[in-house]
Design a protein around this ligand. Structure first.
Ligand SMILES: Nc1nc2c(ncn2[C@@H]2O[C@H](COP(=O)(O)OP(=O)(O)OP(=O)(O)O)[C@@H](O)[C@H]2O)c(=O)[nH]1
Ligand SMILES: [Mg+2]
Length: 258
C-alpha cells in the first residue's frame, strides 16, 4: 500500500500552541506527530502491560476491520503494526510511543480483533475478558477508536464493547467510531452508513476512513492529537489551589519543535 507519504517537513513544524478554546493542531502537525510512532512493547496479558501515566489511545474492533492498517496509515509507516489479509493477525496488545525528540507524550494501543470465527471458543472468551478488563481498568486510557466495517455494521460484540466502555465515556473517555474501508462504499452508501453509525454510537464521533483512498486520515490524526493534548484546564482539573506558574506536564504541553 502506498500510504506513507512522509511529511518530510513535518518534523520541523512547531505544533500550534494550545488556545484558550482547546489544543488544536493543523493536519501537518498532527501527522508529523503521528509519524514519530515507534514500537514500545507487546503484551499477551494485561498484567504484562507497563503502567503508564501518559494518554493512551486504543484501537479496537472486529478482526480484519483494519485496525493495524489504520495505525500504519496514520503513522505513515508501512509495517509498524502487523496488518494482514488473514484475520486474527494481531494477537497481543501492541503499544507504540508517540512524541518528538525521543520524548513520549502519548501511546497508541493496537488490540487484537474480536469475532473471528476460526478462533477456538475458549480463546475467544479469554480474549474478550482481557479486552473488557483492559477497557475498564487501564487507568491512562484516554480514548478509544472503534474500527467498524460499515458493510457489516455494528456487530453484537461491538455493541457489548460499547456497553463496557459507556460508563467511562460518560466520565470523559474520548470515543471515535471509524467506518473503515470506505473506498468500498459509494458516496450515498457512505452517507447512509455515517448516519446509522451516529445513531448507534450514542453521540460519539463517527468518521469515514479509508487507508486505500486516504479518506479521513488528516481529520483522525488531528482528533487524536487533540485527545492527547487536552487544554490545560482539562489536563489539570484540580490544581489544588496552586496559583503558581507550574510547568505543565508533558501530556499537556505541545512537543517542542526540532
Ligand atoms: N479496501 C480496503 N482494505 C483495507 C483497508 N484497511 C485495511 N484493509 C484490508 O483489510 C485487511 C485487514 O486489515 P488489518 O489492518 O490487518 O485488520 P485488523 O483489524 O488489524 O485485523 P486483526 O489484527 O485480525 O484484528 C487487510 O487485508 C487490509 O489490507 C482499507 O481502507 N480499504
Ligand atoms: Mg491487527
Amino acid at each position: 500500500m502506498t500510504n506513507h507519504s512522509t511529511p518530510a517537513s513535518g518534523r520541523a513544524v512547531p505544533p500550534s500552541a494550545p488556545s484558550a478554546a482547546g489544543a488544536q493542531a493543523d493536519a501537518k502537525t498532527a501527522l508529523g506527530w503521528m509519524h514519530t510512532a515507534r514500537f514500545l512493547t507487546t503484551a499477551a496479558q494485561l498484567h504484562h502491560l507497563p503502567p503508564m501515566d501518559l494518554p493512551e489511545i486504543a484501537f479496537v474492533g472486529r478482526s480484519n476491520a483494519g485496525k493495524s492498517t489504520c495505525i500504519n496509515t496514520l503513522t505513515q509507516q508501512k509495517q509498524l503494526a502487523f496488518a494482514s489479509k488473514k484475520p486474527g493477525r494481531t494477537q497481543h496488545i501492541n503499544l507504540f510511543s508517540l512524541g518528538r525528540q525521543n520524548t513520549t507524550d502519548a501511546v497508541l494501543a493496537d488490540l487484537p480483533g474480536y469475532g473471528y470465527a476460526a478462533v477456538p471458543k475458549d480463546d475467544k472468551i479469554r480474549w474478550q475478558r482481557v479486552m473488557a478488563n483492559y477497557l475498564v481498568t487501564r487507568e491512562n486510557l484516554t480514548g478509544v477508536v472503534m474500527m467498524c466495517d460499515p458493510r457489516l455494521g455494528l456487530t453484537e460484540l461491538d455493541e457489548t464493547l460499547l456497553e463496557v466502555i459507556r460508563p467511562r465515556v460518560e466520565q470523559g473517555l474520548k470515543f471515535l467510531v471509524l467506518l473503515t474501508k470506505a473506498d468500498k462504499l459509494t458516496r450515498s452508501e457512505g452517507a447512509k452508513a455515517l448516519s446509522i453509525a451516529r445513531l448507534n454510537a450514542g453521540g460519539g464521533e463517527v468518521k469515514l476512513f479509508s487507508a486505500l483512498k486516504r479518506i479521513g486520515i488528516e481529520d483522525t490524526a488531528q482528533l487524536l492529537w487533540q485527545w492527547a493534548h487536552p487544554p490545560q484546564a482539562e489536563a489539570a482539573p484540580d490544581a489544588l489551589g496552586s496559583d503558581s506558574a507550574t510547568p505543565s506536564d508533558a501530556a499537556a504541553e505541545p512537543p517542542e519543535a526540532d
